[in-house]
Design a binder for this molecule. Structure first.
Ligand SMILES: [Cu+2]
Length: 317
């Protein structure tokens, strides 16, 4: 197969707007699997028995100031069910693309936020909520991301804080695709909300510094949103607030000095040492690839990402 990134990018440029990316297909909590509705895509929203709110469109969000950043494209309506989940336990989800295609992307983080609902989660209005981040899944190797699992039809999981106050919440699942994020507006965000009832929790509640609004939490120039993963990319700085750390049975709040700042600016890649590491080289796991190899494979991977993108442009969708 012979093509160049430049040619492919040129081909993409003449194609119409992105037609399909994806939506949550399955959600699992307390060992129970819930199916999720397909995006409405021009049809009326339908009430299926699920806690996952239905998207209007499969397309990703590129305008970070859009209200679509709250619960996904097109102000998804309330869903009819609420998924129970024990505090401290894991939930997971899978994605599907349009027309039965797999989720198209594999580069970028998956992030999970909660917002406390004033009443029952199936009555929770998505507007005016305050969100706190409960988990995030980014790199697990050299430019290898948990998002790859979604592309392969596998689940990605997050954890409910163990001493979070019980009650009803909206869970906001966010997938950021950053294969084109080297330019402003190139990052693609996909968001979905699921109605949760948290049981068996403690008394932990987020403090003001944990809480953000959508839209508003991200800027187009945030280091995790405007980022070139194809050139000298060594670590990733997640956008949004630091992950909420429950303080445990409602004791003293965290010291104010650490309450407003992220504990770590960027997550290290744990699978491979950075090439500039000053550790003795005798114990290093693998020699770093030569610059040429590295560049070529980066270009190849970028081309592959663009190919996946090109599939979504296919008129058959
Ligand atoms: Cu895309």
């Amino acid at each position: 197969m012979k093509f160049t990134t430049t040619l492919l990018a040129a081909a993409l440029a003449v194609l119409p707007a992105v037609r399909a990316h994806g939506t949550v297909s399955l959600f699992v909590a307390n060992g129970k699997t819930y199916s999720a509705p397909d995006a409405a895509e021009g049809n009326p929203f339908k009430k299926t028995p699920t806690p996952v709110r239905q998207l209007e469109l499969l397309e990703p969000i590129t305008d970070l100031n859009s209200n679509d950043m709250i619960c996904g494209r097109g102000t998804p309506p309330k869903a009819s069910e609420v998924a129970s989940i024990a505090a401290g336990s894991e939930f997971s989800f899978q994605m599907r693309g349009g027309s039965g295609a797999p989720w198209p992307h594999d580069k970028g983080p998956v992030m999970f936020y909660l917002a406390q609902c004033p009443g029952s989660a199936d009555e929770c209005d998505q507007s005016n909520l305050k969100w706190f981040k409960i988990d995030e899944k980014g790199l697990r190797g050299q430019n290898s991301w948990y998002q790859e699992d979604l592309q392969q039809g596998k689940a990605v999981s997050g954890t409910i804080p163990s001493d979070l106050k019980s009650g009803d919440y909206l869970l906001r699942i966010e997938i950021l695709a950053i294969h084109n994020a080297m330019r402003v507006g190139g990052a693609e965000t996909s968001v979905s909300c699921t109605q949760l009832h948290v049981t068996g929790g403690g008394s932990a509640v987020p403090s003001a510094s944990d809480l953000v609004t959508f839209p508003g939490a991200y800027k187009a120039t945030d280091p995790g949103i405007l980022v070139d993963i194809w050139n000298n990319f060594t670590s990733y700085d997640f956008p949004g607030p630091a992950v909420f750390k429950a303080s445990g049975s409602g004791s003293a709040p965290a010291p104010s000095s650490s309450a407003t700042t992220k504990p770590t600016a960027s997550a290290p890649i744990n699978a491979a040492p950075a090439p500039t590491s000053n550790k003795p080289s005798s114990t290093s796991v693998a020699p770093s690839p030569t610059k040429t190899t590295c560049k070529r494979s980066a270009r190849h991977r970028r081309a592959r990402a663009l190919m996946n993108h090109a599939r979504e442009f296919s008129p058959s969708h």
